[in-house]
Write a protein that binds this ligand. Structure first.
Ligand code: AVJ
Length: 311
């Protein structure tokens, strides 16, 4: 991967900074190395993890409306690699699409899924862009400006902090331009027990996904985490309206990462992810502040998940 070295240094900087804070943190984007991405794929099929299957169902139930919303000859930009069924449903719903632009930080994964989509949709122009959608980035200069639309499924917006999320919504507004559409998937507020089960499954796949970030630090940054002293924890943060993943230290320990050492008290945690849950009415106000008007909400019978059409 051409950006491997830059990524490694960015990872190191984030880890050293995050572990130096009073509340230790690690940004959730680093959960997704090869093994982490495989574990996430397994999470999406778990009985407790309702978001993926629910959103997929909503998209297929409303494929006709989604196709009409984006219009003819759409230039569809997806934030995230778009390897899955959800992308195929939306691409399949489009009327003679001009181009599909997936963007992701994992360059090689992006190329692989682009190749697969070219086979599934012969004649579709696929133009992957490597970049981090949580920071400012440019789209290819020669990309048609007419008919642009955006797709951001998975409630991944909920992994961004409120300030980052607002900046992201504005950036997408700039990318698609006046009149451009945005289909956004958001996980809805619900019973806390149901939410926590989705992030602490009985098979322990989410636990493995969370703890894998320590193994990654050991391997890539010369870390000395002893995995026996750490446990997965899922918490509901009412104020932030988010499920938080933490890594709980169960016994006092010191850990080296390269030349630096960090001490952990028993009971201390590393906050690794926030997954915000939405009141869709309140979110419409947030979206409006970023220049979006809500045109439609599609949901499931249990009102677990929402797919919003914004323009
Ligand atoms: C990346 C937003 C789809 O927050 O629900 C799944 C990641 N973390 N289980 C989410 C995740 C723990 C997931 N998304």
């Amino acid at each position: 991967m051409a950006d491997g070295l830059g990524q490694r240094e960015a990872f190191r900087a984030d880890v050293l900074e995050g572990l130096s804070k009073p509340q230790k943190t690690l940004p959730s984007r680093w959960l997704y190395d090869d093994f982490g991405s495989q574990l996430f794929e397994r999470i999406t099929g778990l009985p407790e993890y309702y978001p993926t299957r629910t959103e997929t169902r909503i998209l297929s139930d409303h494929a006709g409306e989604i196709g009409a919303f984006f219009g003819e000859k759409a230039v569809l930009i997806e934030y995230g690699a778009g390897s899955g069924l959800k992308t195929e449903i939306v691409l399949g719903a489009l009327d003679d699409p001009a181009c599909y632009v997936p963007m992701d930080i994992a360059g090689d994964f992006l190329e692989q899924s682009a190749d697969r989509l070219r086979e599934t949709f012969p004649g579709l122009l696929v133009r992957p862009v490597t970049g981090d959608f949580t920071t400012d980035f440019d789209l290819p200069e020669d990309l048609a400006s007419e008919g642009r639309g955006a797709f951001f499924p998975g409630s991944t917006l909920g992994n961004l902090g409120p300030t980052q999320a607002q900046a992201f919504l504005r950036r997408v507004r700039g990318h698609v331009g006046e009149g451009g559409g945005f289909v956004l998937g958001l996980d809805r507020k619900k019973d806390v027990s149901r939410l926590l089960a989705a992030y602490d499954d009985a098979q322990g796949v989410t636990a493995a996904f969370n703890l894998n970030i320590l193994t990654r630090i050991n391997r890539e940054l010369g870390g000395t985490f002893d995995l026996r002293a750490f446990e997965h924890e899922a918490r509901w943060n009412e104020e932030a309206a988010a499920v938080e993943m933490h890594i709980l230290c169960t016994a006092e320990t010191r850990v080296a990462v390269g030349d630096e050492t960090f001490s952990f008290a028993a009971g201390e945690t590393i906050h690794t992810e926030s997954s915000r849950k939405y009141d869709l009415g309140a979110f419409a106000q947030t979206a409006r502040a970023a220049g979006w008007t809500l045109e439609a909400i599609w949901s499931d019978a249990e009102e677990l998940f929402g797919v919003l059409a914004l323009r």
